[in-house]
Design a protein around this ligand. Structure first.
Ligand SMILES: Cc1cc2nc3c(=O)[nH]c(=O)nc-3n(C[C@H](O)[C@H](O)[C@H](O)COP(=O)(O)O)c2cc1C
Length: 356
């Protein structure tokens, strides 16, 4: 099989990616007590680099010890012990010729007070997600609408975590602005009903994200990558379009593109699905308004879907196929017939079972 675009190099900032394939960020909930992932979870990332991925993302790392955590046993990256635990992992990924990216998030209204030391849930507005917390089976608590003090405190958590990642040697840092977590909820009028400078117009709703980017960029040297992930769907608001229409999505993308980020990562529940009632998919609608490199994710499972997704994006990310098939990159290179994995099968990610 010819190499095609999928196995062609791509330059992003100063990095020459060897191909267009990345391991999407995947939460593993394996870090009890010290917020350091289990060794087999760290080793898993290195093996994906050995298998040929050009980018390897960490799980989403929570940004503070107060209100950021949404799931049990999540990782953090602000203490020397945590930094030291990641250093050899980052190095090993780089030695395989891959780029190591740390993703960070604050869970916002999807936080879970019981697992947060301060037992607090905060969000742009005091509105709960539509669906119950799948981990507890109970409704999410009504969040406190964030004050200016909260906003500054939370931004500081992103900055401190980014500093930890820089110290650990990561090539890139991603702000998780997708899936209904804190940054994402500011962007959408569905969850942001503020009447101050952070709510109302699209520009106001983007203010928090832009402030996070600006603050984080201060501590992420220009030669490293700063990335932003965004989606039109949220994990506890399934079935809801977070943005009203294509124009609103494109306005948000344009505003974010004016910030000092190196790429936009678009997370979808199916890369090829037509979006906002148009005949275009999310990558196409994004490409139309930005010159930034675009990463696309969502049901990319074999060679054909990966090549197809690259018609409107620069890099493909895979989560479930990368999780469940240790030879995925080699298999797509060979053009093998491969399955589409479903969420249920990915549940193994959260167990104590080491993955090959
Ligand atoms: C086990 C698991 C954990 C995930 N954790 C994260 C996460 O920490 N951060 C994130 O942005 N997305 C997370 N996702 C979403 C994936 O990155 C991806 O967007 C989604 O699974 C769709 O891609 P796929 O069809 O290739 O699986 C997770 C997905 C899975 C299966």
């Amino acid at each position: 099989m010819g190499e095609g675009t999928l196995f062609s190099p791509f330059k992003i900032n100063g990095f020459n990616l060897k191909n267009r394939i990345g391991v999407a960020p995947m939460t593993r909930m394996s870090s009890p007590g010290d917020s350091i992932p289990r060794q087999d979870v760290l080793d898993f990332l290195v093996r994906r680099a050995q298998n040929g991925a050009a980018i390897v993302y960490t799980e989403a790392i929570v940004t503070d010890y107060e209100s950021a955590q949404g799931y049990p046993k999540q990782a953090r990256l602000t203490t020397q012990r945590q930094i030291d635990a990641w250093k050899p992992v980052v190095k090993a990924i780089q030695q395989e010729g891959a780029v190591a990216v740390m993703q960070m998030f604050h869970c916002g209204r999807m936080s879970w007070p019981e697992v947060n030391p301060a037992q607090r849930v905060i969000a742009p507005s005091a509105i709960t997600p539509k669906q119950d917390n799948r981990m507890t089976g109970a409704p999410y608590p009504v969040p406190d609408a964030m004050t200016q003090f909260d906003i500054e405190h939370v931004i500081n958590g992103f900055v401190e975590t980014a500093k930890g990642a820089v110290e650990a040697g990561f090539d890139g840092i991603e702000i998780h602005g997708a899936h209904g977590y804190l940054v994402n909820t500011f962007l959408s009028s569905y969850s942001n009903q503020r009447t101050d400078a952070y709510g109302g117009s699209v520009e106001n709703r983007c203010r928090f994200a832009r402030q996070v980017i600006a603050a984080v960029r201060q501590v992420v040297p220009r030669e490293r990558l700063l990335l932003f992930r965004i989606s039109n769907w949220a994990g506890a608001d399934l079935g809801v379009s977070l943005f009203e229409n294509k124009d609103e999505w494109q306005q948000v993308i344009k505003l974010l593109s004016a910030e000092p980020i190196d790429a936009i990562s678009v997370s979808t529940d199916g890369y090829s699905k037509k979006a906002f009632g148009t005949d275009q998919n999310m990558a196409q609608l994004t490409r139309a308004v930005t010159d930034l490199p675009i990463m696309i994710c969502g049901r990319i499972y074999d060679r054909a879907s990966a090549e197809d997704a690259l018609r409107h994006a620069d890099i493909v990310l895979s989560a479930k196929s990368m999780l469940l098939n240790p030879n995925w990159v080699a298999d797509i290179r060979a053009g093998k017939e491969l399955p589409v994995y479903e969420a249920k099968e990915a549940g193994v990610a959260y167990t104590d079972t080491p993955l090959p």
